[in-house]
Ligand binder design. Structure first.
Ligand code: SAM
Ligand code: SF4
Length: 336
């Protein structure tokens, strides 16, 4: 059956899907999307960089690594009040999820983490879903986030295990998977995906999809970032990703993880409205939007709330309500 939930996809299976004639691929992915989701609905999230720059990790794409001179000025952990102000405006704009990102290697048990827990409680109390992306964390820290009401934890695998080593040397792919396992032991939902345009092959992309599809249950949310080239990083001069490759990737992820939200994330500004519409047709049902015209930092641009509202209206799409799929703490039956 076309929309069966599977964890045993072979690379040959994935290649056969990915390489279908593009129109067939989009048609099939759109069919799976419609069987599993309300096709008129778009999840719109707002990213807030709660702690910016000076990150000890060496991720070759990232504006926030202390190893590269990128023009991103480091900032201390944001005050909770400021986070709540941004979240209030996001709610007014119809956003249903706020994602709090910190340029940390890992969570530490200190006053800063206590403040992040306060932010999670505050934004959740406003009736919004909260996602955190804070780097590696242990079981006790995951439990504290769960108790604070955290909806989702983002931790991307970024690429295939082999290619990952050429992009990041300060942690291993196994570290990444261990954090995902830790999150899976709680009721917090999982958000994990990767980036295309790092210089990887299609095989690397498909290995990444295979890795994500082996997670039980599948990650509830799978972000597909298009590399946003940042001056000063080792990947600043990488080639553009052809739009057809973006659409192929979105459609493949949609078919392999039918119930998951597929997020068209960084690099969306590189796509014109028509290309975005094709990505939505192929199964992308989640985007980041912003009052400022950037995502986490000025180095990574984002479409604005106003521009996105216009685009969604033109396409006949509406913004998804928060908690449409229940609260993880209500122990909603997980994806298979
Ligand atoms: N420090 C945390 C971590 O690495 O897990 C969270 C912050 S980081 C912003 C989260 C993700 O954003 C990365 O895993 C990567 O997939 C994506 N990302 C960061 N910079 C990017 C860029 N320039 N282009 C595309 N995606 C990017
Ligand atoms: Fe640090 Fe995350 Fe950027 Fe890597 S992606 S350098 S861990 S902020």
């Amino acid at each position: 059956m076309i929309a069966q939930i599977r964890h045993d996809w072979s690379l040959a299976d994935l290649r056969a899907i990915h390489d279908l004639p593009l129109m067939d691929l989009v048609y099939r992915a759109a069919t799976v999307h419609r069987q599993n989701h309300d096709p008129s609905e778009m999840q719109v999230s707002k990213l807030i960089s709660i702690k910016t720059g000076a990150c000890p990790e060496d991720c070759s794409y990232c504006a926030q690594s202390s190893r590269y001179t990128t023009g991103v000025a480091p900032e201390r952990l944001m005050e909770t009040g400021r986070v709540l102000e941004i979240a209030t405006r996001a709610k007014e704009a119809g956003v249903s999820r706020v994602c709090l990102g910190a340029a940390w290697r890992e969570v530490k048990d200190n006053a800063q983490f206590d403040r992040v827990l306060e932010m999670v409680r505050g934004v959740t109390d406003m009736g919004l879903e909260v996602c955190c992306t804070l780097g590696m964390l242990n079981e006790q820290q995951a439990q504290r986030l769960e108790e604070a009401g955290l909806y989702a934890y983002n931790h991307n695998v970024d690429s295939s295990a082999e290619f990952y080593e050429t992009i990041i040397t300060t942690r291993t792919y196994a570290d990444r998977l261990k954090t995902l396992e830790t999150v899976r032991k709680t009721n917090i939902t999982m958000c994990s995906g990767g980036i295309i345009g790092l210089g990887e092959t299609v095989e690397d992309r498909l290995k990444m999809v295979q890795t994500l599809s082996q997670v039980r249950p599948h990650p509830e949310s799978v972000p597909i970032n298009i590399l946003s080239r940042v001056d000063g990083t080792p990947l600043a001069k990488n080639a553009d990703v052809p739009v057809w490759e973006v659409i192929r990737m979105i459609a493949t992820v949609r078919m392999v993880m039918p119930k998951s939200d597929v997020r068209l994330t960084a690099g969306r500004v590189q796509l014109d409205d028509t290309a975005q519409a094709l990505c939505f047709m192929a199964g992308a049902n989640s985007i980041f939007s912003s009052e400022t015209e950037f995502m986490l930092t000025r180095a990574v641009p984002s479409p604005s709330y106003d521009k996105d509202r216009e685009l969604l209206a033109a396409l006949g799409l509406h913004q998804r309500e928060p908690f449409k799929n229940g609260r993880p703490q209500d122990k909603v039956p997980p994806l298979a």
